[in-house]
Design a protein around this ligand. Structure first.
Ligand SMILES: *Cc1c(COP(=O)(O)O)cnc(C)c1O
Length: 367
């Protein structure tokens, strides 16, 4: 049996370090807003190459609180249009609608699954105020072009970097391109905590201060509340776990790149469309996603031979019951992507025999 991702094995590799860090937190007697969070925020900001990092409870909150902060700062208002790829994970869109902003769904670039400058430019109206650039599957969006477009039209750019810790263009990492970026440290992400966790990175000090307050009941100062905030904080235990995992992130990305390179070099079946990559460092391979017209049959065949695969994602956001008002909208490319994508097992620890086995199975299916 080849599991999709063996999280237990990934964390077992660092067990001693994780246990020592957990013990340190338990023995400290201090569990919220202490030295571990502060240290992780500094280390992650340094890793991304941004000035500030604000720990929050999860990736969705990172996105939601950033948009909310821009509203509190007077940079966005209810009803403003926010461009977002139509094929993203639903969280990117929930963050927009939670703030009563208007998502404008845009078809992605077929080769990369990310926003492309041309289709994004075509969707801009006088009401457009922001772009959520999602680095889907671990590949960074074309940030130089998107930032140029945003500058030209005076738009805010929020990176949804939940799947792309460490991905870069010309040495500049995800999280340092937009006016802000939201990260998730959900356990299965490339940088995963041992529970829920998230963060925002930004160079904007006012934004950082506002997000920090919003996530702490709207309070800048104990018992003084500027906003009707929420409770969304990264806790000491998860921060301590993340500090360990961050030290190993780059070597894990290297291992993921080797897996991807293996698949890319060995899968050669005309019925399988391989993912397309720009520069080598632009992709951190959170997911290795192929396309196949007979996707369901392929998934079934692999499952019967003991290979677990997943679909990211089976239902497009505009076809979800949660957004029934969008049912009549049509996004042909996005819909086709949702019918055809399949994520193969990947991760930092998958072994050579498993990879060889998977490739063999895929090479043997009907061409
Ligand atoms: C995982 C993910 C999120 C949400 O992160 P959580 O920590 O699960 O709230 C947002 N956007 C994308 C693209 C994601 O993959």
């Amino acid at each position: 049996m080849v599991p999709f991702l063996d999280l237990k094995a990934i964390n077992a590799k660092y067990r001693e370090e994780l246990v020592a860090a957990a013990t340190r937190v338990i023995d400290s007697g201090w569990y919220i807003q202490g030295i571990e969070v502060k240290a992780f925020e500094q280390e992650f900001a340094d890793y991304c190459g941004s000035k500030h990092c604000i720990g929050v409870a999860n990736g969705l909150d990172a996105l939601t609180l950033t948009l909310r902060a821009w509203k509190e700062m007077g940079k966005l208002k209810e009803g403003d249009e926010v461009i977002v790829p139509a094929n993203t994970y639903i969280a990117s869109i929930l963050a927009i609608t939670e703030n009563r902003l208007k998502p404008v769904l845009v078809e992605p670039d077929e080769a990369t699954f990310n926003l492309c400058p041309e289709k994004t430019a075509a969707a801009i109206t006088p009401n457009t105020k922001a772009i959520v650039a999602v680095h889907l599957y671990g590949q960074i969006s074309p940030m130089p072009e998107l930032m140029k477009l945003a500058d030209k039209h005076g738009l805010l750019v929020l990176e949804d970097a939940a799947q792309a810790h460490g991905a870069c263009i010309d040495g500049r990492k995800a999280g340092s391109w937009g006016h802000a970026a939201g990260f998730s440290f959900y356990p299965g992400k490339n940088l995963g905590a041992l529970g829920d966790a998230g963060a925002v990175t930004t160079d904007d000090e006012d934004l950082a201060r506002t997000i920090r307050a919003l996530g702490n009941y709207g309070s800048h100062k104990k018992y003084e509340n500027l906003y009707q905030g929420v409770n969304s904080r990264l806790d000491e235990m998860q921060a301590a776990m993340l500090r360990i995992k961050l030290r190993h992130l780059d070597e894990e990305i290297q291992s993921r790149r080797k897996v991807a390179e293996y698949y890319l070099a060995r899968i050669d079946n005309p019925s399988i469309q391989l993912p397309s990559v720009g520069k080598r460092k632009s992709h951190v391979w959170h997911l290795f996603v192929v396309r196949c017209e007979q996707r369901d049959a392929l998934q079934k065949h692999l499952a019967e031979q003991g290979v677990q695969t997943l679909i990211h994602y089976p239902i497009a956001p505009h076809q979800q019951s949660a957004y029934s008002e969008w049912r009549s909208l049509r996004f042909p490319l996005t819909e086709k992507i949702h019918e055809q994508v399949l994520s193969l097992p990947t991760g930092p620890l998958i072994d050579g025999d498993s990879l060889k086995y998977i490739v063999g199975l895929i090479e043997d299916i009907a061409r």
